[in-house]
Write a protein that binds this ligand. Structure first.
Ligand SMILES: CC(C)(COP(=O)(O)OP(=O)(O)OC[C@H]1O[C@@H](n2cnc3c(N)ncnc32)[C@H](O)[C@@H]1OP(=O)(O)O)[C@@H](O)C(=O)NCCC(=O)NCCS
Length: 91
């Protein structure tokens, strides 16, 4: 089981498409469900996303799908305890 959401980019300097969320239950990791969700959410579009630092599985998943860090980072809001995150994009 999992969920993915996407839509027009919200960052002013990145007007293309954004992957807002992707999440699969741990029991589904490594089954290809994440791949199917990503393919449905963004198809073959140029897109960007934000990822928390220290999430190697998700980062590997995104790199496998053509995403690279674009050099932009920031801190999350208080809901996420101001944890650092960085932006990845694919052309
Ligand atoms: C990020 C996330 C969606 C990626 O999911 P995932 O489990 O890595 O990806 P998939 O389900 O597509 O599985 C891919 C793996 O399954 C294997 N696989 C098995 N059957 C497969 C199939 N039919 N199709 C594709 N891959 C398959 C792949 O070879 C790959 O193996 P690897 O990880 O050893 O390279 C998932 O880890 C997740 O929800 N994590 C928690 C939330 C999170 O971090 N979200 C991102 C926030 S930015």
């Amino acid at each position: 089981m999992g969920i993915a959401t996407s839509g027009p980019g919200r960052d002013e300097d990145r007007p293309d498409f954004e992957l807002h969320h992707i999440y699969t239950l741990a029991a589904s990791h490594g089954t290809g469900l994440g791949q199917r969700l990503l393919d449905t959410a963004i198809e073959n579009r140029a897109a960007y996303l934000w990822i928390l630092n220290g999430n190697p599985r998700a980062e590997r998943f995104y790199r496998r799908n053509g995403f690279e860090p674009d050099g932009t980072d920031t801190l999350c809001g208080p809901t996420w305890h101001h944890r650092p995150m960085f932006r990845m994009h694919r052309q």
